[in-house]
Design a protein around this ligand. Structure first.
Ligand code: GNR
Ligand code: NI
Length: 169
């Protein structure tokens, strides 16, 4: 296991489109465990491989109160969705920025689990939000893409400036 570096917006690698995983091998399992460690340390409730610079369709999520219920989704695909919910989102790749985003209220997701077994999951509320947020990352999208151009440009400036201060320190 290893702590991985999380890419920060507007890093162009966050625009990469992740590739389907052909087989869940020891390599993928090692990546999953490093991603989980990185998510728990951050701390965050979800992490997509793209955020750590790996272009594989792999997501880890834990929305449980005691951080002891890891969900691993490989090659996730939303097969059904229903309703709309608006909630405040944040992102480990967009530090200290929060904004309301509209998402489907309920979703059904087909995926492979951590052992590579096909599985289906139905989710609503925060879990549904988190899964949609993570699948967006796999498709090169970030939640700020849903905001006005004006807000996007303010966020980009702010994070570029914060990044420069960090590298000068
Ligand atoms: O930690 C996270 N919190 C969060 C809150 C509301 C909606 C989505 C999220 S996901 C985010 C972690 C992250 O950036 N995953 O990509
Ligand atoms: Ni995110």
């Amino acid at each position: 296991m290893a702590l991985l570096d999380i890419l920060v917006y507007p890093d162009p690698r966050l625009r990469d489109i992740a590739q389907k995983v052909d087989a869940v091998t020891a390599i993928e399992q090692e990546l999953v465990s490093s991603m989980a460690e990185t998510m728990y340390a951050a701390p965050g409730i979800g992490l997509a491989a793209i955020q750590v610079g790996v272009d594989k369709r792999i997501i880890v999520i834990d929305i449980s109160e005691y951080r002891d219920d890891l969900l691993v989704l490989i090659n996730p695909e939303i097969t059904e969705q229903d309703g709309v919910q608006v909630s405040e989102e944040g992102c480990l790749s967009v530090p200290d920025i929060y904004a309301e985003v509209a998402r489907a209220e309920k979703i059904t997701v087909r995926h492979l689990d951590q052992s590579g077994e096909p599985a289906v999951l139905s989710a609503g509320g925060l879990l549904a939000v988190c899964i949609q947020h993570e699948i967006d990352h796999l498709d090169g999208k970030v939640f700020v893409d849903y905001l006005s151009r004006m807000k996007q440009s303010r966020i980009r400036k702010k994070l570029l400036k914060a990044g420069q201060q960090k590298s000068a320190a």
